[in-house]
Design a protein around this ligand. Structure first.
Ligand SMILES: C[S@@+](CC[C@H](N)C(=O)[O-])C[C@H]1O[C@@H](n2cnc3c(N)ncnc32)[C@H](O)[C@@H]1O
Length: 243
């Protein structure tokens, strides 16, 4: 709580009184929703109850994906940020690779209102598409990046998360694997011949996801990587000619 109050003092917008903000904090609201924005990879990203609060690990997902694009697919032209929420991933990647054409999609109309605000706020040219996974997607991409919902429906999570962040952004059927399975099963139609797919994942899901990938893409290079806390957190599927 003390840390959060310090954060409020530093970042609270002048139109909200500190007293009201502290009451909201005491009622269990995350400090980021009270302030209304967060810093994600150097970009200001607006957040409200309709979008997940961007996490540190997701900054790592962006950074690692950027490095793999530079290494394995430097001429990549089109990318899709699937399950974009606030748009934090798409915006950060666009700032790193201004020549990459990026589409950002989400099923939630309310979330996409926030995506649009963030795209405008950060002066980025990103196409926003409302879509249940690939249903309204009609392009082919060199890169697909996604941080889909991955919490198991019966998993215990912190009250502050469960009581505030959109459940549509958190939970996934099938032991948390529903979105990975569906994306991996369907993505071939939306990928060019050479591609990079990168996922943020739950810490216990790595080997299950590798097995799904191997079933559909036996030839692709699949990398399971850890976050800064040494937890399995990312999967990269790399299907390019360069070694
Ligand atoms: C874990 S959040 C990720 C948000 C953001 N990309 C980030 O990393 O902070 C997952 C997002 O998936 C969206 N989502 C849930 N079901 C979906 C579906 N069937 N198709 C597309 N997006 C979906 C949610 O609305 C939510 O914005």
């Amino acid at each position: 709580m003390e840390e959060d109050i310090k954060y409020l003092k530093k970042y609270l917008h002048p139109d909200i009184s500190l007293e009201d903000a502290i009451k909201r904090l005491e009622n269990g609201e995350p400090v980021q929703y009270i302030v209304g924005d967060v810093n994600f990879y150097g970009n200001t990203i607006k957040v409200n109850k309709n979008v997940l609060i961007p996490r540190r690990e997701t900054e790592e997902l962006v950074e690692k994906t950027y490095n793999y694009i530079k290494k394995y697919l430097p001429n990549a032209n089109k990318a899709l940020d699937l399950c974009t929420g606030s748009g934090c991933i798409a915006i950060a990647l666009k700032k790193l690779l201004p020549n990459l054409n990026i589409d950002a999609s989400d099923i939630s109309k309310d979330a996409l209102e926030v995506t649009q605000q963030n795209v405008d706020l950060n002066n980025t040219d990103i196409r926003i598409i409302q879509s249940d996974l690939f249903n309204n997607i009609d392009n082919k991409y060199d890169v697909i990046i996604s941080n889909p919902p991955y919490i198991k429906e019966d998993e215990e999570i912190m009250d502050i998360v469960k009581n505030n962040e959109p459940h549509l952004a958190l939970y996934a059927k099938d032991n948390g694997l529903y979105f990975y399975k569906k994306i991996i099963q369907e993505m071939s139609k939306y990928l060019n011949k050479e591609f990079i797919v990168s996922f943020e994942i739950g810490e216990s899901q790595g080997y299950d996801i590798i097995n799904i990938v191997k079933e559909y893409y036996p030839e692709a290079k699949v990398l399971l990587e850890q976050d800064m806390q040494h937890l399995d957190r990312f999967i990269f599927i790399i299907n390019t000619q360069s070694e």
